[in-house]
Design a protein around this ligand. Structure first.
Ligand SMILES: NC(=O)c1ccc[n+]([C@@H]2O[C@H](COP(=O)([O-])OP(=O)(O)OC[C@H]3O[C@@H](n4cnc5c(N)ncnc54)[C@H](OP(=O)(O)O)[C@@H]3O)[C@@H](O)[C@H]2O)c1
Length: 345
């Protein structure tokens, strides 16, 4: 299969290249970057020197659509909704890593992303790209909206408890810490070493774009679901830890909760459920497509349940999940190309 990556010089584009470089049967037909056009991919991704002998090209969409069978858009929001028609009309399947097609209602996108949605008819066809919840619809989709990094942790961390009815749906706090690569490769003051190192930076503490994405999915389980979502940047390059604070409606133990999660995710290739009381750590999934869910701390006196979810923001939170979606869309083995174990420490 011939694959194109639009936005291949960025961090998620680099991860797509790293994963697909060792994927038998997949050829990288085109990889774009305006800044690096004409240069070897190793100019942006030195880990690929001697591994992938291809060069970046300009994002000339119709020419690329003629040459490829499958496309990833690893571009900032606003790009994919303009480009998707060209690719889908030419018969390609597409996974977009941005927020352009994640919302059921384009008005929510417009409110949180601050620009008009220019492809509402394609938005209707797009499928929410979270395999653990939507595998059957992803299988039939031509356009998949790979979901956000923070939402992957929050949604997978909350849906089993919400479905089981053991937590108060309206009183949920999602407190997330992300590595700096979550902000992309473009340098900004926020990710300057002196600003980010030796610090923790809470940002958009009541208005982050991922909050409505998380609530959209939780409300499908319980319409009363509401969250307070606070993201932080912490001084690590990659990785994400989300601590989820909830109030219990039922008298359960940590073991009971763990059993609910184990049942829910039985057979899932990339969800690891930790023992009750054992807290997963960010670094254990680094470089891999695993998501670790654990903690399951019950404080009966205060009727609280606290869970901890960790992943690599660039893999299960982005490009690994994108390849998982590709595998499902194309009828390949779901974990093909994704069997790497994380590096720790
Ligand atoms: N970083 C994460 O952890 C993460 C996780 C989940 C989802 N995402 C989402 O994935 C997308 C990519 O994120 P990233 O972190 O990889 O960003 P990034 O490092 O800033 O890379 C963006 C890429 O898009 C290209 N690009 C930018 N504007 C373009 C345009 N108008 N037309 C064509 N190409 C353009 C850039 O190359 P040129 O400018 O050289 O063309 C670059 O290759 C974003 O929508 C982001 O929200 C990121």
């Amino acid at each position: 299969m011939k694959v194109a990556i639009i936005g291949g010089s960025g961090y998620t584009g680099g991860e797509l290249l790293r994963i697909l470089a060792g994927y038998p049967g997949v050829d990288i037909e085109a990889v774009t970057s305006r800044q690096y056009a004409g240069k070897k991919v190793s100019a942006a991704h030195p880990n690929l020197e001697g591994i992938l002998d291809i060069r970046f090209e300009e994002p000339e969409l119709s020419g690329i659509a003629e040459r490829a069978d499958f496309v990833f858009t690893a571009t900032p929001h606003g790009f994919a909704m303009e480009a998707a028609g060209t690719f889908l009309d030419a018969g390609l399947k597409m996974v977009d890593l941005s927020g352009d097609f994640r919302f059921d209602d384009p008005a929510t996108y417009e409110r949180y992303y601050g620009i008009p949605h220019t492809a509402p008819e394609l938005n209707e066809k797009a499928v929410f790209g979270l395999p653990e919840l939507y595998r059957d619809t992803i299988r039939k989709a031509d356009l998949v909206a790979n979901i956000g990094c923070y939402p992957t942790t929050a949604i997978l961390g909350l849906v089993p408890a919400l479905k089981a009815g053991i937590i108060e749906p309206g009183h949920i706090v999602v407190d997330s810490k992300s590595g700096i690569s979550g902000a992309g490769a473009r340098p900004t003051p926020m990710v300057h070493f002196c600003m980010a190192d030796e610090s923790a930076l809470p940002y958009k503490i009541t208005s982050h774009r991922h909050m409505p994405e998380i609530e959209q999915e939780l409300k499908k389980v319980n319409p009363r679901a509401r969250i307070s979502f606070v993201p932080h940047i912490v001084p690590v390059i990659r990785g994400m830890t989300t601590t989820i604070h909830t109030f219990l409606r039922e008298d359960v133990t940590g073991e009971d909760v763990r059993a609910i999660y184990q049942d829910f995710y039985r057979g899932e290739p990339f969800v690891r459920i930790w023992d009750a009381g054992e807290v997963p750590r960010m670094s254990a999934s680094r470089g891999s497509n695993y998501i670790d869910i654990g903690g399951f701390g019950v404080d009966s006196e205060r009727e609280r349940l606290v869970m901890v979810v960790c992943q690599d923001n660039l893999v299960k939170g982005a490009s690994g999940q994108a390849v998982q979606n590709m595998n499902i869309m194309c009828g390949f083995e779901e974990s093909a190309g994704l069997k790497t174990i994380g590096v720790h420490p």
